[in-house]
Every structure is written in structure tokens, then in C-alpha cells.
Design a protein around this ligand. Structure first.
Ligand code: COA
Length: 158
């Protein structure tokens, strides 16, 4: 299967409503906050250095991604933490989540990151199979009852 072409775009007054209308499947709501709530969390936590983008296929918003980008303080100080990733239910299982994450990986690599961290809540339909296929591993730590995972990003050529 060829990878879908996806773009990460800034969220502005022009597309905020459409991006906030994205929805995951009913059973997935326990694993991820909505876009609207996530934007609220970002606004309330500037110290976490939130960085977010809409995921687009062509002119269609299809997903949302948010990181804590090299925050100066806190548990993930100086690191890159994938805080939210969601693909609208109509567009899942087409390779879009993976393609978006590949772009995130390139962006954080360009910043000199040697790993990308994340965490997930366990349960039926949790995103671990997606992350495991991508190459994430469990660190053995828990954060607020969530399983902490990391994607090692070895320097190219090593
Ligand atoms: C997890 C999520 C982002 C994956 O996005 P997606 O676009 O559907 O995933 P992709 O199509 O790129 O899948 C990539 C691979 O992972 C697999 N995969 C994706 N979701 C899976 C799942 N729930 N169970 C098993 N495999 C899964 C795909 O089959 C594919 O494998 P393949 O290459 O062997 O075909 C999406 O399901 C989602 O938004 N879930 C709800 C929110 C969530 O849990 N986010 C993560 C926590 S913040």
C-alpha cells in the first residue's frame, strides 16, 4: 500500500471549527481527549510548550496532533512528548496516522531529539498495536496510570 500524502497545517480561525469537528470512534473516546479539549489543555499549560497541528489529506482536515515540545520544566523537561494523536473515524486505517507520525518524527529529529516519548491508557481498542508497529517500546514507567512508551531515534548512519 502506498502511503497517503498528508500535510501538517497550523490551526487558525479559518480551520479551527472544522478541526474541532473531527471525531474518533465511540470506544476510542476513553483514550484521547477531543480536539477542542486538547486546545483548552494547551492554552492552560504554556509551560508544557504545547505544539499542535491539524493533519490534512489534500484540503480535508482528517486528524490532529499535539506534542509537548522540549518543555523547559516538568517531568519531560528537554524532551519531546507526543501528547495527542487522533485521526477522524472516517479516515482511520488508511495509513494516515502512520504518515502523520512519520512527519512528526522528522520534525523532532531535526531538533536533535534522540527519542519521542508518549503514553497511553490500556483497554480494549487501545492504540498500542499502532504504536508497536511503528517501533515504539514500553519504558516500564507509568505516568498517571498510563503506560509510558518511547520511540528511539538513533542518529542516521549509526
Ligand atoms: C491510533 C490512531 C491514531 C491510528 O491512526 P490510523 O490512521 O487509523 O492508523 P494507520 O492506518 O496509519 O495504521 C498503521 C498501522 O497500525 C495498525 N493499526 C492502527 N490502529 C490499530 C489498532 N487499533 N489495532 C491494531 N492495529 C492498528 C494498522 O493496521 C496499520 O498496520 P499495517 O501497516 O500492518 O496495515 C487512530 O486509530 C486513532 O485516532 N485512535 C483514537 C485516538 C487514540 O487512541 N490516539 C492515541 C492516544 S493519544
Amino acid at each position: 500500500m502506498t502511503s497517503p500524502v498528508v500535510h501538517l497545517r497550523e490551526i487558525t480561525d479559518d480551520n479551527r471549527e472544522a478541526v474541532c469537528a473531527l471525531r474518533v470512534r465511540h470506544h476510542q473516546k476513553q483514550f484521547v481527549a477531543s480536539v477542542k479539549r486538547s486546545l483548552g489543555h494547551a492554552a492552560a499549560a504554556p509551560k508544557a510548550h504545547p505544539w499542535f497541528r491539524a493533519v490534512y489529506c489534500g484540503d480535508e482536515p482528517v486528524g490532529f496532533v499535539m506534542l509537548s515540545w522540549n518543555p523547559p520544566t516538568g517531568r519531560y523537561r528537554g524532551r519531546y512528548f507526543l501528547w495527542r494523536l487522533l485521526i477522524d473515524k472516517r479516515y482511520q486505517r488508511r495509513g494516515i496516522g502512520r504518515a502523520a507520525l512519520e512527519q512528526i518524527v522528522e520534525l523532532v529529529r531535526a531538533e536533535g531529539a534522540t527519542e519521542l516519548l508518549s503514553s497511553y491508557e490500556t483497554g480494549e481498542g487501545d492504540p498500542w498495536p499502532f504504536y508497536e508497529k511503528f517501533g515504539f517500546e514500553r519504558t516500564g514507567e507509568l505516568d498517571d496510570d498510563e503506560i509510558v512508551i518511547r520511540l528511539p531515534l538513533p542518529a542516521r548512519g549509526s
